[in-house]
Structure formats: C-alpha cells, structure tokens
Write a protein that binds this ligand. Structure first.
Ligand code: PEP
Ligand code: MG
Length: 877
C-alpha cells in the first residue's frame, strides 16, 4: 500500500492543494512556483492533523519520519543546519487552515535556539543584541503556546527590568539585558514547570507542531468556526518555515499590507511596518508602526519591489491580498499571502472595481462578496468609535442583525406609551409571543432571555428587519419588580441599553447609530446577481409595508404570506377570539364575517404593493389557543366584550389547551374541523383579487393559495374542494375568471414520502423547512435552543439545524419530495419558505435540487440573490 504523504516541501504544493496543505501552505507553494522571494519550508498536512486528533493527540512514526526528512531537505535548501551553532537554521511554526482564521490559532517564531546556538548566532551575525532578543522571544512564545504559561507573567518580568533600567521601550534593551532576561525567563519556567526549558531543537519542533494542531481546538478557534460555518473536521495544516529576521537593525523590518484598503476598498496599498522588529511587534501594539507609504521614502527600492509583488499576487489570486513581509538587511521576503478580510462596503467596491479594471470576470466578482456580509449594508449600524468605547454587559444569540439602542420596556403597553412620547425603546422579555407583535413593531429591537434562532422573536425580528438578541441565559427578569439583572447590575424601565444583533452583544448604555449606506456599487452588483442566478427570490411578508420593502430589495413575489399575523392587531383580535370561542357554526360564521373585510383589505394592499408579482397566501396555521388571553384581567375584559361568563371563557380556554400544540390542532386541521374558515379566507383572497383587477385591468398576477401542514393527499383534496367551490362562485358572480393556484406546504415528513400523490392535488409545493426540521429531528423549534449548545459542545452537531438546513437528513427529504412530486406532475412548481430560504449554504442546496424559488424575510432578499448567483456559478443547472 502506498504510504500517505503527510509532509510537503513548499516547492511541492500549489494553490489547488488548499484542502490538504491549508490556505497558507498552498499559497506559499504557489508563490514559490511564481518565483517570489519566499523563505523556504514545508507543510504538515491537514491529514496529519486528522491523524493526530484520531490518535489521542499523538503522531505516528511515519509522520515523525517525514517531518525529519523534510527538515533535512530544508537544511540543504538553506545551507544552514538545525541546532548547529556555526550556521544555525531557525524556523517558525505556524498554523494554516483551509480558510484563514486570523489570530485564532498559534504561532511560534525563532525555533531552534538554545544557549549554544544563540551564542553561535550572535557571532555569525555580529549582532548579539539581535540573537539574544530572538531567543528571549522564543522562550516567551514557546512557554505560552506549547506549555500554557501565561504571557503576562513574562511581560511582568520585562516591565520590572524596564523599571530598574529606567527605560521605556524594548528597543532600549541591550544584548546583556536580554541575556539576563533569558535567565530570568528560564528560572521562572523551571519554577512553574518543574523541569528545564527544552534545549533540544527537535523536541522544540515537535512540541510546537503538536501545540499548533492542538490550537485548532482552542475555544477561540471553536467560536470563530461556529460563527463562520467552518467544519471542525477540516483541521489545520502546520507550516514550518525558515526564519528571516526583521530585527537585525535599521536595515531590517517587518510589516503587513493589503493590496487595497480593507475598510473602504480603495485601490491603494494599505498597511504598516516597523523597522528593527519581528512580526508580533506589529500586531502587539508595543510600538506604533508607520504607514506603508513611509517605506517609499525610507527604502524606495524595497517599497517598489514590494508594491510590484503585491500587484502580481492580487492579479494571480484574483482577489485583494493581505501580505506579510520581512526585510532582512535590505532584502525583501514575503512570509505569506491570503485573501484579505474586508468590510461589506470594501467587498463590493473591490469586486466591482476589479471587474471594471478588466482583472476578473463577472462570475469571479460575484464570488468575492460573502452573501452574509451584505446584511450589514441593510440595517442601521453603531458608530464604530462609540462602539469601541462601550462596555459589553452580556451576550445572547445573534438572532436578527442590526444595531439597536433604546430605553428598556417590558411590555407592549409601555412600549407604545414611550414611542408615543417620541422615545426609542428596546423590548425586554422572557420570550415574546404573537401577542407582543404591536410592541415589537414600535421597538428598535428585542432582547429575550429564552428562545433560539427560529423562536418567535427571532423570526418576527428578521421579518421586520429589526434587531434581536434572543436566548440570553444570564439575563434574569424580575417583571413584577420592574427590572432585569445582567452582569450584576439592575436595569429598570427607561434605562438605556444597546443590542448588536449581528454578534449577540448587549451593552448597558446608549450607543449612537448611523443609518446604513447603500452605495451605487450595491445596485450594480445586485443586478449582476440577477443576470446569473436560476432561482427566483421571493419574500415572506404579511403586510404591504414589508412587501414594499422586500420589493425594494429585489423580491420577485411573496412566497409566504402568513395570514395569522393579521389577526393580532388590537382591533381584530376580539373578532378572532369571538370566532374561536364560538360554540356553533352560526356564531363562528358571524365572527368570521367580521374578519372578512379586514383580511380582504389587507390582501388588496399586499397585491397592489407587489404589482404583477405573484403572492402566495397561506391559510391560518397556528393552534387557536395562541390567540386567547392568559392574563386574568384580559380574560375578564374579553368575557364582557363577548358577552360570555368568565367561567365559560375559562372552560373554553382549558378545552383548547393542548399538551403539544405544535403537533396539535393547527394548519389544515383547522379547516377540516371548521370548513367555514377556509371559505372565509378564500372569499378574502378572491374578492381582493377581483377588486384589484377591477381597479387595474392590466393586473396580471394570479392568486396562489397555500394550505399548511398537509400530510396526506386527502386532506388537501378536502380543503381544495371548499376553495374551488367558493372561488368559482365568486368569480362567476362577478363575471370574471383567473387561473388561481392551489398548492401546499411540505412540512410534515409524511408529506415528503407521499409527495407523488399530493402532487396530483397541488399546483405547487413550498417546503416549510421550519416545521420539517422540527418534525424530522423531533426537536421543538421553540425549545431546542436550550439544549443545542450541549450538542455543539459535544460535537454531535456543529450548527443549528433551524438556521442552516440539515442537508443530510431534512435535505434528503426535500430532495425525495422534489423527485416524487415531479414524477406526479412534471411542471409542479417548487419553492421553499422556511427560514432556510435566506441562508446561503441552504440556498446552494435548494439550487442543486432544482427548486424554482426560495422565499425569505425582506431583509435577507439581497443575501439570497447573491447566494443564488453563487450557487449558479458553482453548479450549472
Ligand atoms: C415552516 O414551517 O417552515 C413555515 C414556513 O411555516 P411557519 O414557520 O409559519 O410554521
Ligand atoms: Mg410551518
């Protein structure tokens, strides 16, 4: 059997080997091929990392052997010797995952030094100060990264020495000072570790490689991966690279530069450097670096060489690059290059400009912006300076992005009162319920102690484009006393707080916000997306205001209009409650007749807002008890309004109580029990269409009616008959005709298995992946947040399946239903309207399985347009 190759010299890798060699290793290989000045080295692959994790944090003899051979090769390449005093080879050991995770993992520099080698280095370079400085840096890094001794303890020793020597900067230490520092570091090490600091360079090397692999699993890296959807199983590669020294005096230095400005996208070299310093000094902020433009003045040749290489790298990798460099005695080396992180504004500017400069194709330009990034362009943002100064008091789930600042309120009434008085509020609740909707509408954002990413608060927030931080476990709410407690402090009604819905951060103060700017590039870029994508993008909208907003963002129709949200308004809820508590059909119909004109009016407004774009109206879905009050005062008031006794009302409420309402009397089951409900909703839809058509004869959209929670074709058949009867009757009476569509949501696992038969009855399917996820996993969408963390911590799941489609499980059901449905009806229209419709990796999946459209909340429409375009670029249909 061929041996696995775990170690590659840089000359053996190239940019196509990112998965195996990591981004840094692959790029260093490519730069070597391009003939750039790279300190040579080798890469230990991600497969070695996988081996390490699968084998109890141990390497195999084979891996050790391959590393030893690579080290010998490197000695030959550099003409230096590892551990040799006369001509020492020193190396750096650095992480390099498939995608860059800046600052998340560990690095060790100047490896290969001990008392003998350092003396040799001092002599060979004629620069003892440099040699001893390098050694003390190595001891610090190794102790921290490999042995876990806190950096701060070493800093304390340095500070003490500065004090006794009355110096301010590291630059003023002499070689003798560093020698003493080394002794003190080692003494400290011995005291803490009960052994001597390792002198053997090979021991240092394997210890460091081990530590870098281990750092893949540190909390920082785990958090970053979760935030950026990077799978744990990818692992990291390790790069061992021969050292070049920026700390050899005034003709040496080190720096970092971006080929374009990462904040604005401006096409101008942007970066900074330090003379006589090593890499970590630039990041650590001990000395203030100079802007890269200064380098042009003090080392013009080096500057121009660097600027040319930077342009070459950008052209080669077809993206803005973030480059690390070192100057050693007037000679330039590149240490690494990677695609630079950038703000959303910069991402758009760079993509558009690079295309217009003729450097990249339109497809490539579309791949240079991450869909999720667009989000920050759509919501108000904190002023970045003000945010830096603010103090974080807690954290919840980043449920709906945006920046909100306002005064604390605890209920809808307080919210309305404050807003009427011209104040901005943040609604703080244990959890929100549909009853809070009015209060939510007027708030800047919501903060809840419970609930996950698809909790009511989160879904509603995203729908409204409001900021929401949900599920803040450390928040204790004392509603009766009128305050909440967080981070040891009490916050009362009217106190100012701020929420960052993109990170989940909570601040106990007012932070000013600035409105989102949408530059001209944004529109241009979005139009390119539309040229390329196959998927249509619709929106989930329940009001004409949301519909207009979504249209503004580029929605091509409504994929889900949840009709129940219309009934929660204070002037409608009573009629709704009257319908629910009615004990005869007559009473129910009477109440429904009160709701009819309101619903018809809403539909007319929505149809008109969407113009000729299609609108899918979904019939009533939630369990009815959600509409009933729980507060005794409200029950008392309702009993008066409805003219029933409190006892009668309470007995109706307890009759409607269900142990498992999500699996209870909801969805199409309601219209099966009460056909008059489907009748009324049909009348509202069809009459709204008739009225719009009468006002505007050029109106071409056809109403689409959608039945929720169907699990059997007979359910759909039953309700369809009611709809057709009512619709045809109304159209005939008005002497009009329209090819209205009747379709169903596919959100019960059984429906996916019976899709062929259901398709016989349906004009379209729309996947309700919220319920489908809930029922496939058997996880309550409202409660799963409370235990999913344990799943992440134990690596059972890496992401929230309610936010990002579980392609293996739920996705398989979607795929099956598409196949079966189209077998039943080849021209069946297929869409998705669950929350996954706005999530990029899920959108890629929906593109691949051949859906016609995705539907998402208005503020995610631009994200979906870009994600759909990227999916079309990656997978041609
Ligand atoms: C769904 O279940 O995915 C869906 C869109 O319906 P709702 O969220 O209203 O249950
Ligand atoms: Mg549903």
């Amino acid at each position: 059997m061929a041996k696995t190759k775990y170690v590659y010299m840089f000359a053996e890798t190239d940019e196509t080997m990112r998965n195996l060699a990591g981004g840094k290793g692959a790029n260093l290989g490519q730069m070597t091929k391009l003939g750039m000045p790279i300190p040579q080295g080798f890469t230990v692959t991600t497969e070695a990392c996988a081996f390490y994790y699968n084998n109890n944090h141990q390497f195999s003899d084979e891996i050790i052997n391959q590393i030893n051979i690579a080290m010998t090769n490197l000695e030959e390449l550099t003409g230096k010797k590892f551990g040799d005093a006369d001509n020492p080879l020193l190396v750096s050991v650095r992480s390099g995952a498939r995608v860059s995770m800046p600052g998340m993992m560990d690095t060790i520099l100047n490896l290969g030094l001990n008392n003998v080698v350092v003396a040799g280095l001092a002599e060979k370079t004629g620069n003892p100060r440099f040699a001893y400085d390098s050694y003390r840096r190595f001891i610090q890094m190794y102790s921290d990264v490999v042995m876990g001794l806190a950096k701060s303890r070493f800093e304390e020793i340095i500070d003490e020495m500065k004090k006794t020597r009355k110096i301010e900067s590291d630059i003023d230490f002499t070689a003798e000072d560093f020698k003493e520092m080394i002794n003190r570091f080692k003494e400290f090490y011995r005291k803490e570790m009960k052994v001597d600091f390792p002198d053997n360079p090979k021991e240092q090397l394997f210890g460091s490689i081990n530590a870098v692999f281990r750092s893949w699993d540190n909390p920082r890296a785990n958090y970053y991966r979760k935030l950026n959807n990077i799978p744990y199983e990818w692992g990291t590669a390790v790069n061992v690279q021969s050292m070049v020294y920026g700390n050899m005096g005034e003709t040496s230095g080190t720096g970092v530069a971006f080929t374009r400005n990462p904040a604005t996208g401006e096409n101008k070299l942007y970066g900074e450097y330090l003379i006589n310093a090593q890499g970590e000094d630039v990041v650590a902020g001990i000395r203030t670096p100079s802007p890269i433009s200064e380098l042009e003045k003090c080392m013009p040749d080096i500057y121009h060489q660097f600027a040319d290489l930077a342009v070459n790298l950008e052209n080669h990798f077809q993206d803005m690059q973030d480059i690390e460099f070192t100057i050693e005695n007037n000679k330039l080396y590149l240490l690494q290059t990677r695609s630079g992180k950038r703000t959303a504004q910069a991402a758009l500017q760079i993509a558009v400009e690079m295309f217009e400069e003729g450097k990249i194709s339109k497809e490539r330009a579309l791949m240079l912006v991450q869909p999720q990034q667009l989000d920050t362009l759509l919501h108000p943002q904190f002023d970045s300076e003000a945010l830096k100064k603010a103090e974080k008091i807690g954290e919840g789930l980043p449920a709906s992005p945006g920046a909100a600042t306002g005064q604390v309120v605890f209920d809808v009434q307080e919210a309305l009162k404050y807003v009427e008085a011209g104040k901005k509020v943040i609604l703080v609740r244990l959890e929100t319920s549909p009853e809070d909707i009015e209060g939510m509408h007027v708030s800047e954002g919501f903060l809840t102690a419970r609930g996950g990413m698809t909790s009511h608060a989160a879904v509603v927030a995203r729908g409204m484009g409001k900021c929401c931080v949900s599920g803040c476990k450390t928040l204790e709410l004392f509603e009766d006393e009128g305050y909440f407690k967080l981070n040891g402090k009490k916050y009362y009604l009217g106190d100012w707080i701020s929420l960052d819905g993109s990170t989940g951060a909570i601040y106990g103060e007012r932070i000013i916000t600035v409105p989102a700017k949408i530059s001209g590039n944004f529109e241009k870029f979005m139009n390119w997306c539309d040229e390329i994508r196959d998927l249509k993008i619709r929106t989930n909208a329940d009001t004409s205001v949301d519909a207009l907003q979504a249209k503004e963002f580029g929605a091509e129709g409504i994929g889900l209009c949840r009709t129940e949200h219309m009934f929660f308004d204070s002037n409608r809820i009573t009629a709704m409650r009257e319908m629910i508590v009615a004990d005869t059909k007559e009473k129910r119909v009477r109440a429904l007749n009160k709701l009819l004109p309101m619903q018809r009016d809403d539909f007319e407004k929505i149809f008109e807002a969407m113009g000729n774009f299609p609108v899918t109206v979904r019939y009533l879905d939630p369990p009815l008890h959600e509409f009933l009050p729980t507060d005794p005062e409200e029950i008392k008031k309702l009993s008066k309004d409805l003219d029933v006794t409190i006892e009668q009302l309470n007995s109706k409420i307890s009759e409607l109580h269900e142990f498992n309402p999500m699996l209870g009397h909801r969805g199409c089951r309601l219209s099966i029990s009460y056909p008059e409900l489907a009748e009324m909703q049909t009348q509202a839809v069809i009459e709204a269409w008739i009225n719009v058509k009468k006002r505007n004869p050029k109106y071409t959209a056809e109403p689409e009616i959608m039945i929720p929670l169907v699990g059997d074709e007979k359910e759909l058949k039953f309700i369809k008959a009611i709809i057709i009867k009512k619709a045809d009757e109304l159209l005939k009476a008005n002497n009009m005709s329209v090819d209205y569509k009747i379709g169903t949501m596919i959100e019960i696992p059984r429906a996916t298995l019976r899709a062929k038969e259901i398709a016989d009855e349906a004009d379209f399917f729309s996947f309700g992946t919220n319920d489908l996820t809930q029922m496939t996993f058997g996880f309550s969408r409202d409660d799963a947040g409370s235990f999913l963390n344990d799943y992440y911590e134990n690596r059972i799941y890496e992401f929230d399946p309610f936010a990002k489609l579980d392609q293996e499980g739920v996705g398989s059901l979607v795929e099956l239903a598409c196949e079966l449905g189209r077998k039943g009806k080849p021209d069946l229209k297929l869409g998705i309207c669950g929350e996954h419709g706005g999530e990029p990796s899920s959108i890629e999946f929906f593109h691949k399985v051949g859906l016609d459209y995705v539907s998402c909340s208005p503020y995610r429409v631009p994200i979906a347009r870009l994600a759909a375009a990227q999916a079309a670029i990656k997978h041609k249909r």
